[in-house]
Design a protein around this ligand. Structure first.
Ligand SMILES: [Zn+2]
Ligand SMILES: [Zn+2]
Length: 175
């Protein structure tokens, strides 16, 4: 099914509002896809490493198809509007650092982020990609405290019982 929405419109539909942060994500995605000559990731061939968890990440998920759920979006809690994109099949990765835009008017600011000269809107670096291995499917186990299923790799041992992180934290808080 083909629709004629622009990237920006698609991003707003997903994110819920138009904001400069979202524009950062959309522009970074467009630049990355162009430079890497990639198409939107259907599976996991493209990986994004995001250094923020702000609005921009929604733009990246919509436009690049790198999503949290698919495991090809990796969040590093650094607090920078910086995004690295890598193709699994090659070793090249592009890191795009969005630059501060000092425009007062919100609409103008968004327009500038989306359409302004690339070299002013962002800084582009080519880096060696250390591409994380494909998302692994983990066994599910049942928490012996709350009875809910969870990913085995997230399990903790508490007095010899396998428990989930929620139950484990509850326990540790008492100390
Ligand atoms: Zn937003
Ligand atoms: Zn539990």
């Amino acid at each position: 099914m083909q629709n004629n929405l622009s990237n920006w419109e698609k991003a707003i539909n997903f994110h819920g509002h138009a904001c400069p942060g979202l524009a950062y994500g959309v522009r970074a995605s467009e630049i990355a896809l162009e430079k890497l000559a990639s198409e939107r990731a259907k599976d996991e061939e493209l990986v994004a490493i995001v250094e923020t968890d702000a609005c921009s990440v929604d733009g990246i998920q919509v436009i690049t198809g790198c999503t949290l759920g698919k495991g090809n979006l990796i969040f590093k809690d650094i607090g920078k509007q910086a995004f690295t994109f890598a193709l699994r099949k090659s070793e090249k990765a592009i890191r795009i650092v969005m630059q501060r835009v000092n425009i007062e008017d919100r609409k103008e600011k968004i327009k500038y982020i989306l359409e302004g000269p690339e070299q002013e809107v962002c800084k582009i670096q080519w880096v060696d990609a250390k591409i994380p291995e494909k998302a692994r499917i983990f066994n599910s186990v049942r928490c012996e405290k709350c009875g809910e299923m969870f990913m085995e790799s997230r399990g903790r041992l508490e007095e010899g019982r396998v428990v989930c992180l929620s139950c484990f934290r509850e326990y540790s808080r008492g100390w």
